[in-house]
Design a protein around this ligand. Structure first.
Ligand code: UDP
Length: 335
């Protein structure tokens, strides 16, 4: 299969691209390198540097490569940032996603996988979050993804475009010592904690310790990037049987304090931590009920232990303290 991957140089997208290529599929990566890294893109993928806001370029690339399907990762992805810059999220994520869908329709591309998010459940009443729990987006970010899910519903109804909306919980971990998470600025908990262990930060700030959770800190469902990637491949293969929406998480929650404690164990570093105010838009507890994808597609996460997840991330961060910028690896830029 030939897959057009927006955001294919990013953390999740580049991992899925590598897995697609590993199993013999072809990947056309389209990324503006705003957050992504050219070095993260598998050398056998076709890489096009471009912005989704350039609808003509997207159309040209799609008509040149004629992909069988689209995986749409490219977007602004931070809950906290979306509370400060709502227009950025509500405009860019929504308009770029809609333009991409329109181009797909015009070119007869009938398979579409959307990166969606657990944030569209807002402050859920029941944990784990059932697949069919009511949707009340918790931030402009979550709202932007929900709007795209609704657009896809109509693309399916009207044009027969089959889609999968994958509602991620907390993506984390590294593929290997040469392929891992690298955001600038970094805002995610596990990399920040490991940056403290590396001496790049003095301490980690715990955003709120007065939540309604066992130790007062936020609980999240951490799902390894390779497990997420497998879910994308399974969903892509299942699209011919119809559109679908899945929660993607392990079904187990870990608190911020548990993450820090496990990282202390894995790294042997004391990792100083300090309580600080809550981050706007953060729900207290988010844990996935992901029985649907397990049952329908046989998805079985391999990394359900927090220790294994943090060990894999630590391997990457230790080997590449500055991220992709200075590493020498199979992912080096091809001249
Ligand atoms: N968090 C924290 N300190 C940090 C970064 C994150 O306490 O420096 C908390 C954050 O409030 C959330 C959890 O860690 O409850 C995971 O945050 P992250 O940004 O990694 O992912 P999100 O849940 O926002 O997708």
């Amino acid at each position: 299969m030939k897959v057009f991957v927006t955001g294919g140089a990013g953390y999740i997208g580049s991992t899925v691209v590598s897995e697609l290529i590993k199993r013999g599929d072809e990947a056309i990566v389209f990324d503006n390198l705003y957050q992504g890294h050219r070095e993260a893109v598998h050398p056998e993928a076709t890489f096009i540097e471009g912005d989704l806001a350039d609808k003509q370029l997207v159309e040209d690339v799609l008509s040149q490569h004629q992909p069988d399907g689209i995986m749409h990762f490219a977007s602004h992805t931070l809950v906290g940032e979306s509370m400060k810059k709502p227009f950025l999220y509500l405009r860019d994520n929504v308009v770029n996603g809609l333009n991409l869908m329109e181009s797909a329709v015009e070119l007869g591309i009938k398979k579409f996988i959307l990166s969606s998010t657990a944030n569209l459940f807002g402050l859920p009443k029941e944990m784990p979050i059932d697949q069919n729990a009511p949707v009340h987006p918790g931030s402009p970010y979550g709202e932007s993804k929900y709007i795209l899910e609704r657009f896809l519903h109509w693309m399916d109804q009207i044009y027969g475009m089959r889609y999968a909306a994958l509602r991620y919980f907390n993506a984390c971990g590294a593929v290997s010592a040469t392929h891992g998470e690298d955001h600038d600025p970094e805002t995610h908990l596990i990399p920040i904690v490991l940056q403290v262990a590396l001496g790049q930060r003095e301490k980690v700030f715990i955003y709120g310790d007065d939540y309604d959770s066992p130790d007062g800190t936020c609980v999240r469902d951490y799902v390894h990037i390779l497990d997420l990637a497998q879910a994308h491949l399974l969903a892509l293969d299942a699209l011919s049987e119809g559109s679908r929406t899945y929660n993607l998480g392990n079904g187990t929650g870990f608190s911020v304090k548990e993450v820090i404690e496990t990282a202390r164990e894995v790294t042997g570093h004391p990792i100083p931590a300090e309580a600080s105010p809550r981050r706007p838009g953060d729900p207290g507890v988010l844990v996935a009920g992901s029985e649907k994808i397990r049952k329908e597609l046989g998805w079985q996460p391999q990394y359900s232990s927090l220790k294994a997840i943090i060990e894999s991330a630590w391997e990457w961060h230790k080997a590449n303290p500055e991220g992709f910028a200075v590493q020498g690896s199979m992912f080096k830029v091809q001249s």
